[in-house]
Design a protein around this ligand. Structure first.
Ligand code: C2E
Ligand code: MG
Ligand code: MG
Length: 397
């Protein structure tokens, strides 16, 4: 969409600044300009007869009565298809936080502009609207009863999708993470959030884990047979680690398929609520002795903390995607990512950044010496057949 087709609303309590923005938008050729001096009035306009016409709201934060944050909460709750540009004189750390909040409330954020607003910056942000696909309110993800999930497992409807991991220095493909997908006969491809929690909570996760492990190992063998010495990463649930027979069962399953455990990476997260630490450590020590590589997944989040680094014999640190996404543009994220990579280097383990979506993030990670990258920028998770093709066609980055 061109800027000249956009319908923009200005929400700004200060009359002088509001008029300035109206003038600026006029000069940029914006098709329709509405303005409101407080959040309540803005919501009335949005929910009024003209609502369909609004594409973007320029939103000030510091306003009497209803502040910008409250307005954004209501905007999100209304599920309108309206994008937002935050405009404020507040400190940039605070703006970043409000930006995050905006997205979490389900509002599409085009960016943040610090006052005073310059026409060029406004134009740049409005142009992003054209580039951003409109958020269609998501149809509620189907939810499944445990019985259905278990029936699906028995019917062998669960398969690993593979997402490539690329070494930053050489640009080469080093392996893939196996991510569980349910190929549902009626609903198509279903992601892990729809079944993992139910399986974990009811003590049924091992069924899935072992299917994933066997299928991933079998796939790995066929990659190797074609001359691609890749590794495959499989996610382990923490609850499985309670049972001290787990390590031997995993080792046996993999060896039965003729695969050397050194090509299998086991990804683990640690829940803050983990109580049975000793059996988990026993399993992990045994897996490590049997040749598996251990990876700390989602590093930096509540479920994966710094304590693990001191007690697990891991060889890979996966920095959680919430830090990686847009890290190049955010000072605090940059420091967190950089120090995690630095720490991995000092601990002599590989650093992996997950959730890399843009060239900018890739460049930034390369600059700070990240070892391996996984994310949509390289490729989305895909089924085994597609991954075979991907491997065959792959050209180093
Ligand atoms: P995870 O292990 O941290 O896997 C990475 C998740 O990030 C995957 O989501 C992947 O599709 C997604 N992802 C990768 N690159 C990007 C990117 O550039 N942008 C964004 N926005 N997302 C990206 P997925 O497949 O939905 O899996 C979610 C979680 O479910 C996994 O997180 C893992 O914890 C769990 N999971 C998946 N398969 C299994 C399994 O077989 N067993 C167990 N226990 N857990 C699994
Ligand atoms: Mg993982
Ligand atoms: Mg992760």
């Amino acid at each position: 969409m061109k800027i000249t087709d956009l319908n923009v609303m200005i929400l700004e309590d200060d009359e002088f600044q509001r008029n300035m923005l109206v003038g600026m938008l006029g000069t940029l050729g914006v098709a329709s300009i509405l303005d409101a001096s407080n959040g309540k009035q803005a919501l009335e306009i949005i929910h009024g007869p003209k609502s369909e016409a609004i594409d973007v709201v320029l939103c000030d934060l510091n306003m009497p009565e209803m502040d910008g944050m409250e307005f954004l909460r209501h905007l999100g709750a209304g599920h309108r298809n309206i994008a937002v540009i935050l405009i404020s004189a507040l400190d940039s750390k605070l703006l970043t936080s409000v930006g995050r909040m905006t997205e979490l409330y389900g509002v599409q954020l085009l960016g943040v502009i610090e006052k005073p607003v310059l026409p060029e910056s406004l134009r740049e942000h409005l142009l992003k609207y054209r580039l951003t696909t409109r958020k269609v309110p998501r149809a509620a993800a189907p939810s499944f009863a445990l019985d259905e999930i278990l029936a699906g497992i028995r019917a062998d409807q669960f398969v690993p999708f593979f997402q490539p991991k690329v070494d930053m220095k050489s640009g080469r493909l080093t392996g893939a993470e196996a991510l569980a997908r349910w190929i549902h006969p009626d609903h198509g491809v279903i992601g892990p959030h729809a079944f993992i929690p139910a399986l974990e909570q009811t003590g049924n996760i091992d069924d899935l884990t072992f299917r994933m492990l066997r299928k991933s190992a079998a796939a790995l063998r066929s990659f190797h047979e074609k001359g691609h010495r890749l590794t495959v990463s499989v996610n382990l649930s923490l609850v499985s680690l309670d049972d001290t027979s787990l390590a031997d069962r995993i080792t046996q399953a993999v060896c039965e398929l003729g695969v050397d455990p050194k090509f299998i990476v086991l990804e683990i997260t640690e829940s803050a609520a983990m109580t049975n630490v000793a059996p988990a450590l026993e399993n992990l020590a045994r897996l490590c002795m049997n040749g598996f590589a251990l990876s700390i997944d989602d590093y930096g989040t509540g479920s994966s903390n710094i304590q693990q680094l001191t007690r697990i014999a891991f060889s890979e640190l996966k920095i959680d995607q919430s830090f990686v996404k847009d890290f190049a543009d955010n000072k605090a994220l940059r420091i967190v990512v950089e120090s995690s990579i630095d720490m991995a280097r000092k601990l002599l383990v590989r650093s992996v950044a997950e959730g890399v979506e843009t060239q900018r993030d890739w460049d930034g990670l390369k600059l700070v010496g990240c070892d391996t990258v996984q994310g949509y920028f390289v490729a989305r998770p895909m089924d085994e057949a597609a991954f075979h093709k991907f491997v065959a066609d792959f050209l180093p980055f």
